[in-house]
Design a protein around this ligand. Structure first.
Ligand SMILES: C[S@@+](CC[C@H](N)C(=O)[O-])C[C@H]1O[C@@H](n2cnc3c(N)ncnc32)[C@H](O)[C@@H]1O
Length: 211
């Protein structure tokens, strides 16, 4: 496996991919979280997904252990696991590869293809969660503020989405600092979603725009 695409890209963007053994060793430092289906991970320079793919594999192993016997639960909890994975990447080819790599692992595990609503729902989720943009300016490729979708699984096949701005989320620690102007405020008062959506099924997520 090559860890570098070109010398120019290393010079321009610091693009050196992390080898698999190091990814595993680093994920083991937070093993419990990587094996929890609904733990949220954000990789602000995700490349083609060397970390995110392995996180997804670990989440899917947890799904298999817990829900492997019920096809309905397995499909929905696997999607929720995927929904908890986020990334930002500057280079357009990398973000496309990253989405493709995650979708491939998800589809292989569930033995689905693009004829299945679940496949198309996963593809839509990845288009929302893996952002083509700049993690430093927190703007997407259209120069709009990056927002992330918080997905909740309500049970019985329904998912809830609320969007939050990345720049607001990153101020979380400053807000809770002792003595800060905002210390007395509850998180719910600071973290107002930019948008809240009606609950949606896999079928509705599969058509993306409908939610
Ligand atoms: C050192 S590579 C690491 C890729 C991946 N995390 C891995 O470990 O294999 C850094 C990646 O960050 C991307 N990148 C550089 N500056 C960035 C920025 N400001 N915002 C988002 N991504 C950025 C590069 O295009 C490259 O894909």
């Amino acid at each position: 496996m090559s860890l570098v695409k070109s010398k120019q890209r290393v010079a321009d963007h610091g693009e050196v991919f992390t080898p698999p053994w190091m990814v595993e060793a680093m994920l083991d430092l937070v093993k419990g979280e990587t094996e929890r289906i609904d733990s949220r991970f954000l990789e602000p320079a995700c490349g083609s997904g060397n970390f995110l793919v392995q996180i997804l594999r670990r989440k899917l192993a947890a799904v298999e252990l817990k829900y492997g016997k019920s096809d309905f639960e397995k499909r929905h909890f696997a999607l929720h696991g995927l929904m908890c994975i986020y990334g930002v990447e500057l280079l357009p080819d990398n973000i496309i590869e990253c989405r493709d790599n995650l979708l491939e692992v998800f589809a292989e595990y569930l033995r689905i293809d693009d004829t299945d609503d679940l496949y198309r729902a996963a593809s839509f989720v990845l288009s929302q969660n893996l952002v083509h943009g700049d993690a430093l300016t927190m703007l997407d490729s259209s120069k709009q503020p990056i927002t992330f979708a918080e997905w909740g699984y309500l049970g019985k096949g329904k998912f809830q989405r609320r969007d939050f701005r990345f720049d607001v989320l990153t101020h979380s620690s400053a807000f809770s600092q002792e003595g800060s102007l905002f210390a007395h405020l509850g998180k719910h008062e600071i973290f107002t979603p930019a948008r809240t959506y009606p609950a949606a099924t896999v079928g509705e997520l599969a058509v993306g725009a409908a939610i």
